[in-house]
Ligand binder design. Structure first.
Ligand SMILES: [Zn+2]
Length: 347
C-alpha cells in the first residue's frame, strides 16, 4: 500500500514540471517531465537523456490518449532537433511500460528492459481467466478472504482500463552492466521486491540515480506476495535492495518515478526501514493480543481504511509480505487449520 510519510530531512532542489508536457532540466541534457494519471497518485515522472545521436526515454506513462498526446508534444517542442533513439523501462508496471509498444512503433526505437521485467510483463498481458484457476483461488481462501471480497477484487482487475499492447522484442539490461545513455555512463543496479528485476540506473561520476519505484521520497512502494508465488519473501528482497542503494554516494541526486527529485538517499532508506519495522511491530502486538489471526484479519489491522477492491488486493499482498517475512525470520508460525485457512501465531 502506498503510505505517505512527512520527511523533514530530504532536500528538493527543483520545482516539479506540470503534467502538460513541459520539462525541467535537472542536469545538462537531463530533462524531467510528468505524465498525468487518472487516479489518486496523479502522475508518473519520466526522464529524457540527450546524447549526440539523440534522446533516450526513461519510462512511458499509462496507455492513455492523454499520455500519448504529451509525448507528441514533447517530441515536437523539446528535443532540440534530435531524434529519439531508445526507450528504457525501469520495470513492467503499467505506468512505467504501458506505452512501450506505442513509443517503439511511433518512433521506431528499441526497448531496453531486464529479462525478468520483460517476461513478467508478457506473462501478465494474458486476460485474467474467469473463474480463477483453483490454485489461485486456494491462495485467497487460505488467506481467509471472504468470497464476496474475492469476487469483487477480481471483477475489478478484469476491467483494467490500461491494458496495453505488448512490445514483441527487447534489448536486455543486466545488473552490473554499464551502459552509455546520453552523454553519461550508467550502471544498472537491480532492485527486487516491488517487481522481479527492477533496473535503477546510477551515474557514478555525477552521483545521479534514476530510481524508478525503488526509492520514492514520500510513498512506500508496494511489496506484495501474490498467488503467482505464494511462498515468496519479497520484503527480504526489498530490504536487501535498500542495502544495495545504501552503497551509493550520500549526496546522490535521486530521480524517482513519483513525486519530486530529491537528495537524502540514506535518510530515505532509513525511513523506509522504519516504516516496515512499524508494520512488523503492529502485527506482533495484534498477535500478542489475539493469539491467532488470518492474513485477512491482519490486513484489517494494518490497513483499516481500504477504499475498494484494488486497495484490497494491494493491502492483502502487502500484509502477507510482512507475515511471510516474520515467518521466515522465525517470529511467527503458520498452521493450515481444518477449515482450509492459514492462521498465524507468535512462535
Ligand atoms: Zn512500480
Amino acid at each position: 500500500m502506498t503510505r505517505l510519510h512527512a520527511s523533514a530531512v530530504l532536500d528538493y532542489p527543483f520545482e516539479a514540471p506540470a503534467t502538460d508536457g513541459s520539462v525541467v532540466e535537472i542536469a545538462p541534457g537531463i530533462l524531467w517531465a510528468r505524465m498525468p494519471m487518472p487516479m489518486a497518485l496523479d502522475h508518473i515522472n519520466v526522464y529524457l537523456l540527450r546524447g549526440d545521436a539523440g534522446w533516450t526515454l526513461i519510462d512511458t506513462g499509462l496507455n492513455t490518449d492523454t499520455a500519448r498526446a504529451r509525448w507528441e508534444h514533447i517530441a515536437a517542442k523539446h528535443l532540440q532537433g534530435l531524434p529519439i533513439v531508445r526507450l528504457v523501462c525501469t520495470h513492467m508496471h503499467y505506468d512505467h511500460a504501458g506505452l512501450a509498444s506505442w513509443l517503439c512503433e511511433r518512433f521506431d526505437i528499441p526497448l531496453h528492459m531486464t529479462h525478468g521485467e520483460y517476461f513478467m510483463m508478457r506473462a501478465l498481458s494474458e486476460p485474467i481467466p474467469d473463474p480463477l484457476p483453483p490454485s489461485q483461488m486456494l491462495f485467497y481462501q487460505r488467506a481467509g478472504l471472504p468470497q464476496e471480497r474475492l469476487d469483487r477484487m477480481w471483477n475489478a482487475m478484469r476491467q483494467d482500463p490500461f491494458r496495453a499492447p505488448q512490445p514483441q522484442s527487447f534489448t536486455r539490461l543486466r545488473g552490473g552492466d554499464v551502459i552509455r545513455l546520453g552523454t553519461r555512463d550508467w550502471r544498472v543496479v537491480i532492485g527486487e521486491g516491488h517487481s522481479p528485476e527492477h533496473a535503477c540506473l546510477y551515474c557514478e561520476q555525477e552521483r545521479i540515480l534514476i530510481a524508478g519505484d525503488q526509492l520514492l521520497p514520500r510513498i512506500s512502494s508496494n511489496v506484495l506476495v501474490t498467488s503467482i508465488e505464494p511462498e515468496a519473501n519479497p520484503l527480504q528482497l526489498w530490504l536487501d535492495s535498500l542495502s544495495r542503494l545504501e552503497g551509493l554516494a550520500p549526496d546522490t541526486l535521486v530521480l524517482p518515478s513519483h513525486e519530486r527529485v530529491f537528495r537524502g538517499l540514506h535518510a530515505r532508506t532509513q525511513e523506509l526501514r522504519e516504516h516496515h519495522q512499524r508494520q512488523f511491530d503492529m502485527l506482533r502486538e495484534h498477535l500478542a493480543e489475539h493469539q491467532a489471526c488470518t492474513a485477512f484479519e491482519a490486513m484489517l489491522c494494518l490497513f483499516p481504511r481500504l477504499r475498494g477492491p484494488v486497495d484490497d488486493m494491494l493491502a492483502l499482498g502487502e500484509t502477507i509480505a510482512h507475515l511471510s517475512w516474520l515467518r521466515y525470520a522465525g517470529v511467527l508460525r503458520r498452521v493450515l487449520d481444518e477449515d482450509g485457512v492459514y492462521r498465524f501465531r507468535l512462535a
